[in-house]
Design a protein around this ligand. Structure first.
Ligand code: BGC
Length: 764
């Protein structure tokens, strides 16, 4: 008996050793193991799900639909209607809920509401799958009171500072999680090449390289290097894939016509870069490109996104956009057919957002064999995977106590620094700025005393019109100036409205008492279609105010707070200084005041071309035939060029040094330039490297941004900056819509310096 026990024990020990050895030989890395683990869990779960449960996961409902209503139909902020919630979660198994029901609220209220939702999802459904809650926290946790509200994306781009973009995104993720929300519909990776478009300010501007690099930083800030159940990170959503940002008319959600060559050369790379950075989700463009709505485009969603870009994450529709394939775009004769087209093209989740017909139709379509169950499984796996990566199964709602830094001073300081680096000095005639601290100033204009204008849309509400109510604790431009210089030195007259003419002559009267006029013009908050305009010029009322102020003979500094470059050419020559504030967020007023008085040396650079005329909307990377010439009256004659931005100090560049004058197929050229601060105060400089292809089989652009670096220099200090050029940087999308490179001469352009080299493939 004893002998038998010993033998059995030996066998066990040996087996153990062998197993140990086997495992040791094949131990996957931590992340692989985790990935495999998630994959196995997802597969197991999908195999247990009914068809109804699966299409439920693919359904996204807006919060408003789940709120209590008064008899007259008014929705009660953040008060969930239990019957409606049960219908969504228990009857339909919805996978996702979005938005804020039209109201911002405290962190506590968010937490309570999301806990109720998650409790029902995890305890009252058969499989206990948590809900994926998503919002548009595009410049901070925008629906939570007191959250840190950063500059909008266009202003972030003006900093040309990847680190700041990443840090701010990581604060946003932290404050979202502090509110219980794990999914952010951000970043916008469309290019701002249509200045009239009301979502221009949601972009990183017109350039493909700037957008791709800042987009990468933003994704990393939201998600970290990997999501990995980190409860301070959220899933990012690159949007709007693709071609949404350049509607021909400039009006939101109207058709875009983008030749495939441009699609590939300009519009696709930022999305590709985000995928490389690990972005987990994507949202589809609401519009049509070349006659095909993106939501039903096999080319965009299958061939490019899944095929070429190799994106394997979750694709969510935009608002009601599957239904719109029928009702707006008219490519589907029925709503059911619209569902069939979108799901078969590759949309994984429908932002329905206010009924369950999508789910009903999809069940029918599968039963009729018009959508395969395999396609459904693929979509559901992507949805479950994200939920697992976010750690929602283990912790469906985060612990509020785990976020002590929410709305902290530290975050507010970062916010101020971010806004300060965005503010761009566009004109400074005779060193009008910085202002003399002894001077008395008149502050006037519709953006002077408005937190709403400083923040723009997607702030507390969709249209951002209630910001003043929420933001008493922050300074408008006027308040910041008064706090800084004392009330007695800062006079104020509202001047005109955004659109309403000046009432009375108070501004002119006060101007006589002042030494200097700070004229704050621009736009009020808007977003999407309500922000459509018919005229890119600033409204007449504001132009009149500007001319009236100029007539007083006092020096005028124009401060622009606006989401797109509204034309100012009718009065700009009469302005002594021009400061671009963009939409600088909650610390924007302080940042502008600091720049006006020289406590901060401005370092922002335009991330777009500021046009001068409505019929001359050209980007900096235009073709040679677009160059201006009085004899031609051609397109490119901007008010201020891309990359423009002055400083209170001066910089000088050395000649550019290239490591070689030729580059071979597998070669590389090192570029070096020395920058010196030749003025008498410290300053920041963004060194931008452009490439010019002299001759090519597809007409070349005059120049293209290839690299940039923002540096700080003390007065008198010099720094050597290095860039590299590789053959990949010389490529363009050729006549057959494929990336090619061609031999020939190229110039490196850095500020006013040039250096040339030759690309010669055959050279060894
Ligand atoms: C916008 C999206 C946004 C979505 C959800 C849509 O109207 O186009 O950018 O993410 O609403 O709020």
């Amino acid at each position: 008996m004893k002998k038998r026990i010993v033998i059995i024990l030996i066998v066990f020990v040996l087996l153990g050793l062998i197993m140990g050895l086997l495992i040791k030989c094949d131990v996957p890395a931590h992340s692989e193991r985790e990935g495999d683990d998630i994959k196995a869990r997802v597969n197991r779960m999908v195999s247990r799900m009914t068809l109804e449960e699966k299409v439920g996961q693919m359904t996204q409902i807006t919060l408003s639909h789940l709120l209590e209503q008064t008899d007259s139909g008014v929705k009660q902020p953040f008060r969930l209607d239990t019957t409606r919630l049960k219908e969504a979660i228990v009857d339909y198994n919805v996978g996702s809920i979005l938005n804020n029901g039209g109201h911002a609220n405290s962190r506590k209220k968010w937490h309570k509401m999301i806990s109720t939702i998650q409790q029902m999802a995890t305890e009252e459904t058969r499989l206990g799958i948590p809900v994926l809650y998503g919002i548009d926290a595009i410049h901070g946790a925008n629906y939570t009171q007191d959250a840190t509200m950063f500059p909008q994306q266009i202003a972030q781009a003006a900093t040309w500072n990847r680190d700041l973009v990443r840090q701010a995104a990581s604060v946003t993720a932290y404050e979202m999680r502090a509110s219980g929300i794990p999914w952010n519909f951000s970043p916008v990776l469309g290019l701002g090449r249509q200045p009239a478009w009301p979502r221009f300010w949601e972009t990183f501007g017109e350039d493909v390289h700037l957008t791709a690099t800042l987009g990468r930083s933003m994704v990393k800030g939201y998600q970290g290097d990997r999501l990995n159940s980190d409860s301070t990170k959220v899933a990012a959503c690159m949007k709007h894939y693709m071609g949404y940002s350049v509607p021909r008319t400039g009006k939101d959600r109207t058709p875009a016509w983008i030749p495939e060559r441009q699609l590939r050369q300009y519009f696709l790379p930022p999305f590709k870069e985000a995928v490389k950075a690990g972005v987990q989700t994507a949202m589809v463009n609401s519009g049509e490109v070349n006659g095909i709505p993106a939501h039903a485009s096999d080319f965009l969603l299958k061939d490019l996104l899944r095929g070429e870009v190799d994106f394997n994450g979750l694709v969510v529709s935009d608002w009601m956009d599957i239904r719109y394939l029928h009702t707006r775009h008219r490519i589907a004769a029925t709503q059911k057919q619209a569902v069939q087209k979108a799901i078969n093209a590759g949309v994984d989740m429908s932002m329905v957002p206010d009924n369950y017909r999508f789910a009903d139709y999809l069940v029918e379509l599968v039963e009729e064999g018009k959508v395969s169950e395999q396609r459904i499984n693929e979509a559901v796996k992507r949805i479950l995977r994200i939920k697992m990566q976010l750690g929602l199964f283990e912790q469906p709602v985060s612990e509020p106590g785990d976020y002590p830094k929410f709305a902290s001073r530290e975050f507010s300081r970062l916010n101020l620094q971010f806004a300060e680096q965005a503010i761009t000095l566009l004109k400074n005639k005779g060193q009008t700025l910085p202002l003399n601290p002894q001077a008395t100033v008149l502050v006037t204009g519709p953006t002077a005393n408005s937190m709403t204008a400083l923040n723009g849309g997607w702030s507390y509400t969709w249209q951002g019109q209630q910001t003043d109510r929420f933001m008493e604790s922050h300074n408008t431009i006027l308040e910041a100036l008064r706090q800084k210089m004392g009330r007695e030195r800062v006079l104020y007259a509202r001047g005109s409205g955004f659109d309403q003419p000046i009432q009375g002559n108070r501004p002119t009267r006060l101007a006589r008492e002042a030494d200097h006029i700070i004229l704050c013009l621009g736009e009020n908050a808007y977003c999407e279609t309500p922000g459509n305009i018919n005229d890119l010029y600033l409204p007449e009322a504001q132009k009149d105010l500007a001319l009236r102020m100029a007539q007083t003979g006092k020096p005028v500094t124009l401060v622009l707070v606006e989401g797109r470059p509204r034309l100012i050419s009718k009065f700009e020559p009469r302005m002594d200084a021009v400061v671009m504030g963009y939409l600088p967020g909650n610390r924007g007023g302080d940042a502008i005041a600091n720049v006006l008085y020289g406590d901060v040396n401005p370092s922002g650079k335009l991330p777009f071309t500021y046009p001068r005329y409505p019929n001359s909307l050209e980007t900096y990377d235009h073709k040679y035939t677009s160059t201006d010439g009085p004899q031609h009256g051609r397109g490119y004659n901007p008010q201020y060029p891309f990359g423009h931005g002055l400083s209170y100090t001066t910089f000088q560049y050395s000649d550019i040094h290239l490591s070689d004058s030729t580059m071979a197929e597998d070669g590389r050229i090192d570029v070096e330039v020395e920058v010196t601060n030749t003025g008498n105060r410290a300053g920041k400089k963004t060194v931008m490297m452009f490439l010019r292809d002299h001759y090519a089989s597809v007409t070349p652009s005059v120049r293209k941004l290839k690299a940039y670096q923002k540096i700080s220099l003390e007065a008198g200090q010099s720094k050597r900056i290095q860039f590299q050029i590789r053959p990949a940087d010389l490529m363009f999308v050729g006549a057959h819509n494929r990336w090619v490179r061609e031999e020939g001469k190229f110039s490196v352009i850095i500020a006013d310096r040039r250096a040339a080299f030759v690309f010669n493939q055959s050279q060894s």
